[in-house]
Design a protein around this ligand. Sequence first.
Ligand code: GAR
Length: 186
Amino acid sequence: MKKIAILFSGEGTNMENIIKTLHDKKIKVVKTITNNSNANGIKRAKKYNIPTIIVDNKNFNSREDFDKELVSELKKDNLDLVVLAGFMRILTHTFTDNIKSINIHPSLLPHFKGAKAIERSFESDIKEAGVSVHDVTSELDGGEILLQKSFKKEDMNFTEFEKRIHEIEYSLYPKAILKYLGEKYE
Ligand code: GAR
């Protein structure tokens, strides 16, 4: 079975969804890593007996030193892919030159790169919104797009809009991971 690690920073619902949908069925989630020792996602991973390594960015003097530690943790396992799921750190070449990874972003890239993408996408005049899965490069939310799904905003309120974004994330990300790894999705 192909092996992945998942990186997250907060709630970890995408991480949990990937574990629920794919772990021990299609792929193995070997470990998770978070930069936030208070992240709710830590409890979620624990439910499935998947370890979470805490690499707190506050303990490092530079982005490069933090990234070096991530790389060294990730190189311990012979991983096929690293999956970023709500991992809210800007990564440098130290990471991207050494680790093959993909990311999910809650907008139709190249629109609304960076933070608060759901809010900015909701407030904009653009009539469509969506979710993108892309290759990670050192350019923030800038790598090649792997999969994208859009929907019409119509007269949704913000709660409905946010719910729709997350529903799409939960169906799109497992598909994108399997597609990337060359595995079938049924
Ligand atoms: C998700 O909506 C994800 O797309 C977004 O953070 C949320 C994490 O939620 N990621 C980004 O904005 C990356 N720039 P989760 O922790 O519950 O999966």
